[in-house]
Design a protein around this ligand. Sequence first.
Ligand SMILES: CC(C)(COP(=O)(O)OP(=O)(O)OC[C@H]1O[C@@H](n2cnc3c(N)ncnc32)[C@H](O)[C@@H]1OP(=O)(O)O)[C@@H](O)C(=O)NCCC(=O)NCCS
Length: 200
Amino acid sequence: MATFEGRTFPEKPQLTMRWPRSRLCDHLPETLADGYSIRTYQLGDEHRFSELMQLGEFDPWDEGKLTYNLNRIIPEGWFFIDCTCSQLPVATAMCLHNYSGDAPFTGDVGWLACDPNHRGKGLGLQIAAFATNRFLAAGYSKIQLHTEYYRLAAIKTYLKVGYMPVVNSDGMRAMWRDTCQSLGWDFSPRRWRAETIEPI
Ligand SMILES: CC(C)(COP(=O)(O)OP(=O)(O)OC[C@H]1O[C@@H](n2cnc3c(N)ncnc32)[C@H](O)[C@@H]1OP(=O)(O)O)[C@@H](O)C(=O)NCCC(=O)NCCS
């Protein structure tokens, strides 16, 4: 069982979402809520990043996990949103190169999190759009992400940015049907399949 936001959930396979292939030439609007600024990684961000991972209810980060991910981040691909009052980073996301034997130019948006004190202002959507633009500008042809089915705020965020669910089995179809029902989002597997088919 997994615990998230004080509730327990049975373990299930991760959900995958992919950027639609008809939108690989897009550039998303880069907006930011008032009172915040965006930047990429600066030396010393690691500690606050680890706090943000904790606030996002991810498993604890150690040196090994950080090194593994640092090896995969593309240049200018680790984003932070700072609160302009406190200068404290309050949201983060990474662009991770993830060649795994099929499509060479595969990139995963990973480790998206926002400090609970700053949620509800669209910072998740805004930082995810910057990360997506970074991959698009770099020419990635398979841009995707993985998440847990109970992370509904994140799933809605990614749907709103434009990512589409990958429905490649009956099990995934059932999970996405339930997720869409919880979010009041259109369940459109046929349309998603045409847009998320593996690139060569
Ligand atoms: C994902 C995250 C960054 C989004 O933060 P945010 O930008 O402040 O987003 P919000 O809290 O406004 O939520 C986004 C949307 O999901 C909705 N939402 C939030 N919790 C929800 C829930 N439990 N059920 C259904 N919808 C929910 C919100 O109402 C909002 O919808 P709207 O845009 O139509 O108003 C933040 O929730 C977070 O850090 N979560 C923990 C870490 C995490 O799960 N990361 C994802 C890893 S893949």
